[in-house]
Design a protein. Structure first.
Length: 244
């Protein structure tokens, strides 16, 4: 039997893996960039200040309302549709309200990628903006999903053989401290080697190459921290291992 083709037979809710959510984010980012560049092109072509100003305001409003409106009324953005995902309210398994969808956007806007740092440690693959609004991101059409697109609820996190929550939390914090120290040492090494300039390191005024390098190192730090949190909460880190 083809397990991927038979994904629709898997019982239970299907919570989106980060890779699927990343695909949705990329699609929505492309749509946003297309709207911005399209507006700029129209403004340059028309060469009318009032028209350009009105068009700019319209684009900003559209981008701000894009996710809250689509998520609350249809269950997801265009990115969610392309990734076969749907945002679900935990209370009734329907679409989230407009207020809750707006809160999700605001939390993501403030936290950025850090909102996803706990996603591997939660039972339903939830980011912080999901947890704080009591929502989940699930597979929209199970018939189109492959097994690596989703997880079912991580019931092993409730296993009695797990170390206590305070112990897991303490061990995770220790690992995060070590990861953060390593992150700073890497940046200092780049500075010492002349790969990153002092104005970029201290003042966040980076050339394009430095900006990409800094972003790459930061994303690596977030990714490793996310993996560490997930492994720690599932009892797989030295110091807080699950009992055999």
């Amino acid at each position: 039997m083809n397990l991927d083709a038979d994904a629709s037979m898997t019982p239970g809710r299907r919570y989106a893996q980060f890779s699927r959510r990343l695909r949705a984010i990329v699609v929505d980012w492309i749509i946003a960039m297309a709207a911005i560049f399209g507006a700029v092109l129209v403004a340059v072509t028309v060469q009318n200040d009032n028209c350009s100003r009105a068009l700019g305001i319209l684009v900003v409003i559209a981008l701000l309302l894009y996710e809250p409106v689509l998520v609350s009324f249809t269950g997801g953005t265009l990115g969610h549709y392309f990734a076969n995902l749907r945002v679900v309210d935990d209370r009734h398994d329907g679409n989230v309200s407009f207020v809750k969808a707006l809160a999700r956007v605001l939390i993501k806007g403030v936290l950025g990628w850090l909102s996803f740092i706990v996603i591997t440690a939660t039972r339903r693959s939830q980011a912080l903006h999901d947890l704080w609004t009591r929502s989940t991101v699930q597979i929209r059409d199970p018939a189109k999903a492959l097994h690596h697109h989703y997880i079912t609820e991580r019931t092993e996190l409730m296993d009695t053989s797990m170390p206590s929550r305070p112990r897991r939390t303490a061990v995770i914090c220790l690992y995060l401290l070590l990861i953060s120290i390593t992150y700073m040492l890497v940046l200092l090494a780049l500075l010492a080697a002349g790969v990153m300039s002092p104005r970029c390191f201290y003042g966040d005024r980076c050339a394009m190459g430095e900006a990409y390098l800094s972003m790459g190192v930061t994303l690596a730090w977030i990714a490793i921290s996310t993996i560490g949190i997930g492994l720690g909460w599932r009892g797989r880190l030295v110091g807080a291992r699950k009992r055999s």
